[in-house]
Design a protein around this ligand. Structure first.
Ligand SMILES: *Cc1c(COP(=O)(O)O)cnc(C)c1O
Length: 458
């Protein structure tokens, strides 16, 4: 399998090069040159475990790693999950919660970032290269990225976060990791400041090449690839083609579902659930993609207005017409708005925005009815799915699977507010009292660059 860019200036890349490139060098996003059709394999895949299915899907997209090696890397990636079959499926009457939070940092990002870490380690080792990862986080991504590469010899990871603006638990998850290749930076600034510093450092081509900088943000193709597996897995375990309801921020997770459907997995519909940051809900209702203000909500990992993976979806929506896509993205960058003229005709996808009150209500209802505790991100998905069921829009289909993106113990304040119950998890309790390692830096690009150089020399 080869990879190309949505913007049309890059093609013929092997998987390992796509893995290391992250964002395409023409500023587009990398996608596979063709989408494999798996329909003839579904019957034999029906009863595979999660890991076995991942081992079948990965080689369709990765042909520059030895098949036996790839199999081993996949198995090792998921050995750190504390569920028998990696992911869980919890039935709440007609809705199913697909629990993706049984990895080491209790968020679905582990499914992709554990594999990404193993793939980096292997490819860098083969090539005799090093990689220095620089990332910015508002919470969940940082700890999952750190856990994916901690202790590796060929990788150092630098994660910036806004001082005082990530939750105390999230800060503990990042800063108590003792491995020497992990460097946490608390920055005197906002999350936007962290991201701007990251973008500016990456735009300095000379510095980037000299210090072998790489990224692990959600535009990395390998992250999308890893996420395809659980959609395939859950669709094969459903009686009829399900609707997936996906709590969405950067659109990476729901884009993986879209690809799984295009590959031929039995998927009826995709419901894109957003919080008050509703740019996607407005797009699916009107066809106009227009930037709004960022609102702080109970589901901070979804407090995103411009969804970086949406470009991949538009590329397919435009029948892989790179020129049309590039025009759309340029219009959006210039005006903060671009339109496809009318609401998307495709019946496959729709979107709902869920308010703070509705999120709390979903958490409260589910706790009362089932004694099951939702985290606020999953609750956004639950509310959207329930609403759709009640409008009978799902009645002809095979039920709805709500994607569970985080363990409730990661977001205790919101859970307590909704249910009065304090959720806990042994992994988080074990962090209490551990020493924290972090570097405080002013919001200044030169200070960040100097810290990197100093740490790498030492
Ligand atoms: C990252 C994240 C999301 C959003 O996922 P996207 O791929 O950005 O759409 C939702 N919930 C949780 C808990 C997350 O960490």
């Amino acid at each position: 399998m080869k990879y190309k860019s949505t913007r049309g200036q890059v093609s013929g890349l092997g998987f390992s090069d796509a893995l290391l490139m992250g964002l395409a060098s023409d500023n587009g996003l990398l996608v596979p040159e063709t989408i494999p059709d798996v329909r003839s394999r579904l019957a034999e895949w029906q009863n595979l475990s999660f890991v076995e299915l991942a081992q079948e899907i990965m080689p369709l997209f990765i042909d520059d790693i030895e098949p036996e090696t790839l199999k081993r890397l996949v198995a090792e990636s998921y050995a750190s999950f504390d569920h028998d079959d990696v992911v869980g499926m919890e039935q709440l009457d007609e809705l199913t919660i697909l629990e993706l939070f049984h990895g080491p940092t209790l968020a679905f990002k582990d499914v992709a970032l554990q594999l990404l870490g193993k793939l980096f380690e292997h490819v860098l080792g083969e090539r005799g290269q090093r990689l220095n990862i620089l990332g910015a986080t508002s919470g969940d991504t940082g700890s999952a990225a750190i856990d994916g590469v901690r202790g590796q010899r060929n990788v150092d990871i630098f994660i910036m976060y806004p001082k005082g603006r990530v939750s105390p638990l999230q800060e503990l998850q990042m800063t108590t990791v003792a491995d020497e290749n992990v460097h946490c930076i608390e920055l005197e600034g906002s999350f936007d400041d962290c991201q701007n510093i990251m973008k500016t450092v990456f735009a300095d081509a000379e510095y980037k090449a000299k210090y072998q900088l790489g990224a692990v943000n959600s535009v990395n193709w390998a992250r999308v690839l890893a996420q395809i597996v659980y959609y395939g897995y859950a669709s094969l375990r459903s009686e009829r083609s399900p609707t997936f309801c996906v709590p969405t921020g950067n659109f990476g997770n729901v884009f993986a579902a879209y690809l799984a459907q295009r590959m031929g997995f039995p998927i009826h519909h995709l419901l894109v659930a957003t919080n008050d940051n509703d740019i996607l809900a407005r797009f699916f209702a009107t066809g106009s993609y227009s930037r709004g203000d960022v609102h702080q909500t109970l589901s901070p990992a979804m407090d995103i207005q411009v969804a970086s993976n949406f470009e991949r979806f538009l590329f397919y929506y435009f029948d892989q017409d790179s020129q049309r896509l590039t025009q759309f993205m340029q219009d959006f960058a210039a005006n903060g708005e671009a339109s496809i003229g009318a609401p998307p005709a495709e019946a496959l996808m729709s979107s709902v925005a869920v308010s703070r009150e509705q999120t709390l209500q979903a958490m409260r209802d589910v706790h009362q009815q089932y004694g099951y505790v939702l985290d606020p991100h999953t609750a956004v998905g639950y509310y959207a799915a329930k609403n759709r069921e009640q409008n009978n829009e799902a009645s002809s289909a095979g039920g709805t699977v709500v994607v569970g993106t985080a363990h409730p113990a990661k977001f205790p304040e919101a859970v307590v507010e909704a249910t009065g119950v304090l959720p806990t998890h042994p992994t988080l309790q074990a962090l209490d009292g551990l020493p924290m390692r972090r570097q405080s830096l002013p919001c200044d690009i030169d200070a960040v660059k100097a810290y990197l150089v100093e740490s790498l020399a030492g």
